[in-house]
Design a protein around this ligand. Structure first.
Ligand SMILES: C[S@@+](CC[C@H](N)C(=O)[O-])C[C@H]1O[C@@H](n2cnc3c(N)ncnc32)[C@H](O)[C@@H]1O
Length: 214
């Protein structure tokens, strides 16, 4: 793909996002993943890691409809979206996990989506390792809170640690695939792990306690 074509494509999704009222071009990546893999369903409870500025949460909200719930978490604050709850926090920190637990109360988590990116240092090995670290935190959360047969999507930067991460995901999900949606830049090293049908083991998932704040 030529540089000219890449830039046209980027511009295309930027314009489309502006026109259709999405907060990010990234929204189209989730739409494309959803069209192909059907990870989110109407009425689902969806946890969105790295949700700012809110494009994926908007798309998730459209799919789940009025009866579903999106809980989005990011280091950055996010402007409100009807039917979504946002938490400002670092998902690698225990206190953030506690806040998420409070918000979901006793609801079952159907899907976890993560588009988190680490701060880019420019040192590829470091950026890759940081991306895998974020992905591992998202996967650990999924293993604790996802309901049986739930789904998980996670962005990672490709590199030598990816295989081990995939093996960890394969241990608990029936289907694990790598996918690069057309809206991802071809020059980008990002790729999405699509993990479907969580096999919840006895005692493997943390019970979500009823919360007064949920
Ligand atoms: C590419 S953006 C997400 C775009 C979003 N999916 C959308 O469509 O609007 C990546 C986000 O990951 C967030 N992030 C990075 N590390 C994080 C962490 N430890 N905890 C929570 N969010 C994190 C960043 O703040 C950033 O907003």
């Amino acid at each position: 793909m030529t540089r000219w074509y890449r830039e046209r494509k980027r511009e295309h999704f930027y314009r489309a996002a502006k026109k259709e009222g999405y907060r990010s071009r990234a929204a189209y990546k989730l739409k494309q993943i959803q069209n192909r893999f059907h990870v989110i369903r109407k009425g689902d409870v969806v946890i969105d890691f790295g949700a700012a500025p809110g494009g994926w949460s908007q798309v998730a909200r459209e799919i789940i409809g009025e009866k579903g719930l999106v809980v989005g978490i990011d280091l950055q604050p996010i402007k409100p979206i009807k039917g979504a709850i946002f938490i400002v926090g670092d998902i690698t920190k225990k206190e953030t996990i506690e806040k998420i637990k409070e918000k979901i109360g006793n609801k079952k988590v159907d899907v976890i989506i993560s588009d988190m990116s680490p701060n880019i240092s420019g040192n590829y090995s470091l950026d890759h390792a940081n991306s895998i670290w974020l992905a591992e935190n998202a996967l650990d959360f999924a293993k604790k809170f996802l309901k049986n047969n739930g789904n998980f999507i996670c962005k990672v930067f490709e590199g030598e640690l990816l295989k081990e991460f995939l093996n960890k995901a394969k241990a608990d999900f029936e289907v694990v695939k790598l996918h690069s949606p057309p809206a991802s830049r071809k020059s980008s090293s990002e790729i999405y792990v699509i993990a479907k049908i969580f096999k919840k083991t006895e005692g493997g998932a943390e019970e979500i306690e009823q919360s007064d704040n949920g």
